[in-house]
Design a protein. Structure first.
Lengths: 82, 408
């Protein structure tokens, strides 16, 4: 299942050294608690750096993408796990 | 065009599967051992590796290193099932998936990059999906060819991702010991060392002519390996060369010397070989018997049959004929039976009634065993044999086709 949602609300903990950790996100009027961040990495697209997070809630694996320059999040559901 | 090849290696695969299926084993030193009596450590969890537990150790040695080590009997069916599911995930990113073993695969993602954005994203998608669904980590190596991708995946373990770019290859290989390259084994390393070659840099610079004199056709390939060149393509199962042999071997619970004991194991092995040959409609003209003595010295003898065979009793009689010509010098530790010189069986019915009856009986027995499991119907002399069937996942195991060897 793939579903891309642009401009979503994400709750984040900002840690030392500019580290960010997503904690929850809103999708279809429901708040999803992130249980685990399986992977995260940075990618440069021209002048823009994007930060990718693969996260798991209780039922699916999602990809959250953060653009620091625009302070903007988008989300893609990768796989239902149940 | 530069290719983008990925090598994916599951970290401590068997142990990780066990830790996921039994939460009590998580974060603990765990070692997986064979299901047979005379066994060694097949693999161990990273927690056990910290204590020095290694693959191939005896149980005694492993317990000396780590007294709290939890031993788990191998569950080969579970491992092959999880492996098949993981290999299906790979197919979502490219059809060019070459299964290297039960826990390793090569992917050629050169044609898929524009669909997914970047090779790193493909790698992380695969890693995350495997971790989310099975709780298992894997190490990924990305490089312009299979040789370098395999090398890269070994560089960061566990849960690593290493990208080797074309312009980094020379520096990477310059001081790299030759034995770190996949395909250069212990014996080749010793021979290369005698020529004064210890690093890949030295191997790449060594005159190809001299390497060819020493190693024959392999010499040229060694020279390429030293320079990080591997023209080999990633072959999907459909592209892999046809299987040339069908064989099974087994390490025996205890060493044997008596003919009747050998005959019983040969019958069992012949049944396993015959079943697999018949399932995939092949028969073979050459039967090979392999024997390993107690001192681990191993040899094979073969016999060409007048016509291609696939019935278990024909394979058995051929193997026994080979055995009867041998003069044993030591008790036997391992026995193997192999059918080669294969050809696809035609469907022509045998001319003679007796032969036709045998063929029908074999078909009927196969159908029963297909439906109710291997060795449901078997020769009476196998009734007393414990632990029938394959207990080891062969390196040639594949999720489908003739290389899909059922394990217990």
């Amino acid at each position: 299942m793939r579903e891309v949602v642009d401009d979503i609300r994400v709750g984040v903990i900002h840690g030392p050294g500019g580290r960010i950790q997503p904690v929850w996100f809103d999708l279809q009027r429901k708040q999803h608690r992130i249980q685990q961040v399986t992977n995260s990495w940075r990618e440069r697209r021209g002048d823009v750096t994007l930060i990718y997070f693969h996260v798991i809630d209780e039922g699916a694996l999602y990809e959250l993408v953060y653009s620091p320059s625009e302070a903007h999040w988008c989300l893609e559901q990768i796989e239902a796990l149940i | 065009m530069t290719r983008t090849i990925m090598h994916i290696d599951m970290n401590a695969f068997f142990a990780a599967v066990e830790q996921q299926s039994n939460p009590a084993l998580r974060d603990r030193p765990v070692a997986v051992v064979g299901s047979q009596q005379r066994t060694i450590i097949l693999t161990s969890s990273y927690e056990a590796r910290k204590f020095g537990v290694k693959t191939g150790m005896t149980l005694y040695e492993a317990r000396q290193k780590c007294p709290q080590l939890q031993l788990v009997k191998a569950n080969n069916r579970l491992y092959t099932y999880v492996s098949s599911q993981i290999m299906l995930i790979f197919q979502d990113y490219t059809p060019l998936v070459e299964i290297f073993s039960v826990d390793e695969a090569f992917l050629d993602v050169s044609g898929s990059l524009h669909y997914f954005g970047s090779v790193e994203r493909i790698a992380y998608l695969i890693k995350s999906r495997i971790k989310a669904r099975f709780g298992i980590t894997c190490s990924v190596g990305i490089a312009p060819n299979k040789l370098l991708a395999k090398l890269a995946s070994d560089m960061h373990k566990p849960d690593g991702l290493t990208l080797v770019r074309l312009d980094e290859v020379r520096d990477l290989l310059e001081e790299l010991p030759i034995e770190d390259i996949c395909g250069i084994g212990r014996k080749t390393t010793q021979k290369l060392n005698l020529l004064g070659i210890f690093t890949c840099g030295e191997l790449g610079r060594f005159p190809v002519v001299k390497l060819k004199q020493k190693f024959g056709v392999v010499g040229e390939r060694l020279a390429l390996m030293g320079r990080g060149i591997d023209p080999g393509a990633v072959l999907s199962p459909e592209q892999e060369a046809d299987v040339k042999t069908v064989g099974h071997s087994m390490t025996l619970r205890k060493d044997i010397s008596l003919r009747e004991d050998v005959a019983r194991f040969l019958l069992q092995l012949s049944e396993m070989v015959g079943r697999r040959a018949r399932r995939y409609s092949v028969s073979g003209r050459t039967v090979t018997l392999s024997i390993r003595y107690t001192d681990f010295s191993t040899f094979s003898r073969q016999q060409i049959q007048p016509a291609p065979i696939s019935r278990s009793e024909e394979i058995y009689h051929a193997a026994l004929r080979i055995f009867d010509r041998l003069l044993l010098t030591q008790p036997i530790r391992l026995l193997g039976v192999r059918l080669s010189n294969l050809q696809h069986r035609d469907c022509q019915l045998p001319l003679f009634l007796e032969e036709r009856r045998r063929e029908q009986l074999t078909k009927f027995l196969d159908r029963v065993n297909d439906r109710h499991g291997e060795f449901t119907v078997m020769s009476g002399s196998l009734l007393s044999v414990k632990g029938k069937g394959s207990h080891v996942i062969s390196p040639a195991w594949r999720p489908e086709g003739i290389r899909n060897i059922g394990v217990r």
